[in-house]
Design a protein around this ligand. Structure first.
Ligand SMILES: [Zn+2]
Length: 373
């Protein structure tokens, strides 16, 4: 039996957990996570409990719960953001109950902050006077693109406003919000998301113009890719966020010792565009794990880049898209394991459902996350 488990362990490319004795089979160490999205949060406690049973039975060990959506939070009584309307018909203690239910099933729960610096979503900004609670009270914090636009238009989803990611007061909003989540609920960790600029065209707000000039001596203006001004701007944006994540991580670790800090992050080819130099966050120890969202059919180039940049021992829990089906996902999981990946994170709670029987076969034997040995 031990030989069998050891060989599975080697195939999976996982390290045994410290502290096991030769009399016991070493547990497989691999994070197997899934993002629990807002749509599934509101399906009611009975359906949610059954969903958690299915995820546990399939071998998942970590659930990332949607906590910050569309400029709101999914729990009542926040000091910072209103509660999302979708949650108002749910039991008031749903999040606390859910965390308890996850723990009861032997899994870990992290607060997934889906929106990050994004602070409001509306189907049509032209018909909606609000820009969300924070921006309505502090309009000076809005992110502005090179042409003066204050929201990002997405053909499929509508319009998104973002806080200026460079602004210290925007950063303070997120620090307070995430501390509130860890203070209020028994989460094992915080799973950051959208700690980034909306696009390569942001941010040209008055704060950014003034601060960029102070920091670099250059005037902030839209210039061609590769020009000295544009190169300095791209670097400056990354440095802003590296500094912010360092401060955020430091403060949360001081206030909430033992809680893990992880982050959903962009694929390598979007690091420059979004100003999200997340490999630096990993290298500096600001994160306990990163989940690069590799939602493509061919992820080999991205995986190669990541391994070269952060090294094979880093806790990279690769984000994969269940929507592509098991014919794509299965070989991706096999390849990642062969390359020594420390974890897999599946997007997302709804689309993963039909794959659970096949994932269950992939997720045998059960595993513990490297973050929660
Ligand atoms: Zn700005």
């Amino acid at each position: 039996m031990r030989l069998l488990c050891t060989s599975i362990l080697l195939i999976a490319g996982c390290a045994p957990r410290a502290g096991w004795t030769p009399a016991q089979a070493p547990p497989v160490v691999e994070s197997r996570g899934v993002w629990l999205d807002k749509g599934e949060l509101i399906e009611g406690p009975g359906a949610l409990a059954a969903r958690l049973d299915r995820l546990r039975d399939a071998g998942f060990n970590t659930i990332y719960i949607a906590m910050q959506v569309r400029g709101c939070v999914t729990y009542p009584g926040s000091r910072i953001l209103p509660q999302w309307d979708g949650m108002k018909d749910q039991r008031p203690d749903l999040i606390a109950w859910l965390v308890e239910q996850i723990h009861h099933r032997g899994m870990k729960a992290e607060a997934w902050t889906e929106f990050g610096f994004y602070t409001y979503h509306t189907p049509n900004a032209g018909k909606d006077l609000s820009r969300g609670a924070v921006l309505d009270a502090h309009p000076e914090l809005v992110a502005v693109d090179a042409n003066g636009n204050t929201f990002l238009h997405n053909e499929q989803w509508g319009d998104f406003y973002s806080l200026c990611p460079s602004h210290p007061r925007s950063q303070a909003v997120l620090r307070d919000l995430y501390a509130e989540m860890l203070e209020r609920f028994a989460f094992d960790g915080l799973n950051l998301d959208r700690i980034r600029y909306p696009s390569g065209d942001y941010c040209y707000c008055p704060y950014c113009r003034e601060q960029f000039h102070k920091d670099t001596g250059l005037v902030l203006e839209k210039s061609d890719d590769g020009s000295p001004g544009q190169t300095a701007f791209m670097r400056w944006r990354k440095e802003n966020l590296v500094r912010f994540v360092g401060e955020l991580s430091g403060e949360l670790r001081r206030r909430f010792p033992g809680r893990r800090i992880t982050s959903a992050v962009v694929p390598p080819d979007m690091i420059d565009e979004k100003g999200q130099d997340w490999p630096a966050w990993v290298e500096r120890g600001y994160l306990d794990a990163a989940m690069p969202m590799l939602y493509a059919k061919d992820i080999r180039e991205s995986v190669r880049f990541i391994r070269e940049r952060v090294g094979p021992r880093a806790n990279i829990f690769y984000g994969l898209d269940a929507g592509q089906g098991m014919a794509v996902l299965g070989p991706q999981i096999d390849d990642l394991r062969a390359a020594g990946a420390r974890g897999i994170t599946i997007w997302y709670s709804k689309s993963v459902d039909p794959l659970l029987p096949e994932l269950k076969a992939k997720f045998q034997p059960p595993a513990v996350s490297p973050l929660y040995p």
